[in-house]
Design a protein around this ligand. Structure first.
Ligand code: BES
Ligand code: MN
Length: 456
């Protein structure tokens, strides 16, 4: 077995240049799931992933249409009945690249600078998806696969996986497995490997406020008509109190309090205020009183303004009282909050606080439950040992602030917990301009997956 591992690892090292080229090819497909203009690119990326599975010799490769973007499936069941079945999850869609002018090289022309590859989706998560596939190829080409494999690649993760739950529910047998590996996460630092043990949930809304039937001259009507932009800003300002707590009625009722043990665990991670100041470049940090930064980002719920739109924002000045204003608002949720309940809480807040001078509307968008993973399972242990082998040091266990709705969906529909990891870094600029992947960490990641599969 040791020899087999060594051969696979050597193959992975010898093929790094080609692996990189394949990642460049995949990342040059602008598979932006939220933008209808990229529907063709989504199809192309799904086709690319399916072709990659076929090139690996996977069987039963299929592209399943859904009401939204397709799901790609493939399998290899040659390791025998006693060998575990590992279900690899991935998403081939990416976030929009805008604002394009802030990219140092074009978002869909993968560009190498130093140790990093820059392009939208290289870290989140095309690189992570391929790390799994390249690990499998490295074993396959040098010995025999120790596990049976299944793959599910979706194209709607970045818009909240709205059509995945029905697909999972209607393909339970196809997706049955012993272990689910989801590499859509990252590690804390280049020299601090970690496994993700929790994700936050999400509830995403658009709030629209309107007043007069048309934009007005701000001199002729300012003073008699309530400005919708002002109303919306006041409503948003009221959503936090002076302790940084969210004021929606009942918002904290279901929040599971942190245990002393969890708090002690988090203290051990290299995620102090300096870490966040360095990564974000913000002049100072902000958040809920009474909790550390690592706790606030991993284990406490929040509310963010994702975007604001109203009135005149062009160059120069224009004296106008806008007819309407819009904000995109999202809440990151923790166990045991429910996105549907949070929707009701937001409606209650608006009913109570919106003045009669405007008309408002709340539109519900992406949503998903938080998840928590039991770290004391053989699968997590196999992965922790794999990290230990490659990095030469023990992993930390981290609660992640981001969301992956499929994790809770698989938990509730298939009854399967996911093992969560990945080889991205906190400064990879996910969802932002100049997204990048740190290649030395990524190459180590391929080795980790090789060891993981043998450890299982
Ligand atoms: N890969 C991220 C989630 C993530 C980020 C995990 C950082 C660990 C570390 C994922 O693709 C993502 O961004 N998800 C969205 C989900 C949402 C649209 C429902 C998110 O968290 O905003
Ligand atoms: Mn992702």
């Amino acid at each position: 077995m040791v020899e087999e591992r060594d051969r696979a690892i050597k193959y992975a090292h010898d093929n790094r240049a080609r692996f990189l080229n394949e990642l460049k090819e995949f990342a040059s497909i602008p598979s932006v799931s939220t933008d209808p203009a990229h529907k063709g690119d989504i199809q192309k990326a799904a086709g690319w992933a399916a072709a990659r599975l076929e090139a690996l010799g996977m069987k039963n490769v299929q592209i399943f249409p859904t009401t939204g973007h397709p799901v790609v499936y493939g399998e290899s069941m040659t390791a025998g009945e006693k060998a575990p079945v590992v279900l690899f999850y991935g998403h081939y869609d990416v976030q929009p690249a805008e604002p394009l002018e802030l990219w140092e090289s074009p978002a869909f022309e993968p560009t190498l600078r130093g140790d990093n590859l820059f392009a939208r989706g290289v870290s989140d998560m095309k690189g992570q998806m391929l790390a799994g596939l390249f690990a499998i190829e490295s074993i396959q080409k040098t010995s025999q696969l120790p596990c049976n494999l299944k793959f599910i690649f979706e194209g709607e993760e970045e818009i909240g996986s709205p059509n995945l739950a029905p697909f999972i529910a209607s393909h339970k047998d196809l997706l049955s497995s012993d272990v689910v590996l989801n590499l859509d996460s990252g590690i804390i630092a280049e020299d601090f490997p970690s496994i993700t043990v929790a994700l936050r949930g999400l509830a995403y809304f658009e709030i629209r406020v309107s007043g007069p039937t048309s934009d007005l001259h701000s001199g002729m009507f300012g003073g008699v008509v309530h400005n919708p932009a002002q109303v919306l800003c006041e409503l948003i300002a009221g959503m936090h109190d002076d302790q940084g707590r969210v004021t929606l009625p009942g918002y904290y009722d279901r929040v599971r309090p942190l245990t002393d043990e969890e708090r002690a665990d988090m203290k051990r991670l290299p995620m102090d205020d300096k870490h966040f100041l360095r990564i974000t470049g913000a002049p100072a940090l902000y958040g809920e009183a009474g909790y550390t930064s690592a706790e606030r980002v991993g284990a406490r719920p929040t509310l963010e303004v994702n975007g604001l739109l109203s009135g005149f924002t062009g160059e120069g000045s224009k004296t106008v009282l806008p007819a309407k204003a819009m904000a995109k608002i999202s809440m990151r949720l923790v166990p045991d909050q429910d996105p549907a309940e949070v929707h009701q809480q937001l409606l209650k807040y608006m009913e109570k606080n919106a003045p009669p001078t405007v008309i408002w509307e709340v539109i519900q968008m992406a949503g998903g439950f938080a998840s928590i993973v039991d770290r004391n399972t053989p699968g997590v242990q196999a992965l922790a040992d794999a990290f230990q082998t490659v990095w030469g040091k023990p992993v930390g266990f981290k609660r992640e602030g981001g969301s992956i709705p499929v994790v809770a969906q698989m938990q509730s529909i298939l009854g399967k917990a996911s093992i969560l990891a990945g080889f991205g870094l906190p400064d990879d600029n996910l969802h932002a301009p100049n997204e990048k992947l740190h290649l030395p960490t990524w190459y180590r990641g391929i080795d980790v997956v090789i060891h993981f599969l043998f450890n299982l």
